[in-house]
Design a protein around this ligand. Sequence first.
Ligand code: BMA
Length: 340
Amino acid sequence: MDTIKIIGDALHHIPWQDKPQGHEGPVWRYSDNPVIQRNPVKGISRIFNSAVAPFEDKFVGIFRAETINGKPHLHLGWSMDGLNWDIDEHRIEFVDQEHKPYQPRYAYDPRLVRVEDTFYIIWCTDFFGASIGLAKTDDFKTFTRFENPFLPFNRNGVLFPKKMNQNFMMLSRPSDSGHTPFGDIFISESPDLVYWGNHKHVMSKGGEGWWQSLKIGGGPAPIETSEGWLMFYHGVTQTCNGYVYSMGGVILDKDEPSKVKYRSKHYILTPETWYEERGFVSNVIFPCATLQDARTGRIAIYYGAADTYVGVAFTKVDDIVQYIMDNHEAVGEDQALGRI
Ligand code: BMA
């Protein structure tokens, strides 16, 4: 087979460590994890499930910050190397389309996606229950919210970095408002980020193994590759001590992203280290962002660990895509168009 390639820009200063000798599996952890520790900023006890992106010659981050009253809000941060972060102690102030203040009551699990020259933040917001919030920024100074794109209850909104047939494409995971014990991933389209439709089912929880038997949810924005859209996601299993969140990998069809091409039957990262196994919520790996370098195929994955820390893991596009293809398992109707 030809080499598998990332379709996109070079990112020369991507954080990187080579795969440790003898390491099994396609994903390996940064040796100095966690990159964000407890009580990282005045008034903030924990930062996790957060998103990063390259911006000008730096990296920008939108952080899920649990404030010391226990409520999550979004905070902006900057980094030169993607590993050492300077995070604002004040939360992001949003405005509406008329530039009037429009603050979410709470905000968590942000994704940050550039489509053309604009950055979009997608998060879980309070809309009479958990639903998806959406805002845009061009400069990380003004953050303009759209009306909430979907009805409650919904979470894990993930925008594709490219329009398809002139439409924005958004993954989401409809559910209930609490610690949801169910959920599949769906996709919706919009010409303007206001009107959404053409909803389709993308992928189901389940499969032969148990690690994603309870629910799944989209992760970082899908990465365009020569094999299709590479997406990391979280899969959840239930134990007598609560939920365990692992990371999975899937390739969605290039032109019909509601169709799964390949999906790994094994998790690609599961809680094993102290910072993943122990924290505010133990045993959670929750990926929300990647950085990637199309020139070398390097990918850095940013994930929340135990609802307490931010971790970074690495892979290379050919390793991970090959792994997903070699370990493919078709689940339910994933490979169909998703309209029934
Ligand atoms: C989910 C979300 C995530 C969190 C996870 C584990 O329902 O709330 O933010 O990381 O639970 O607690």
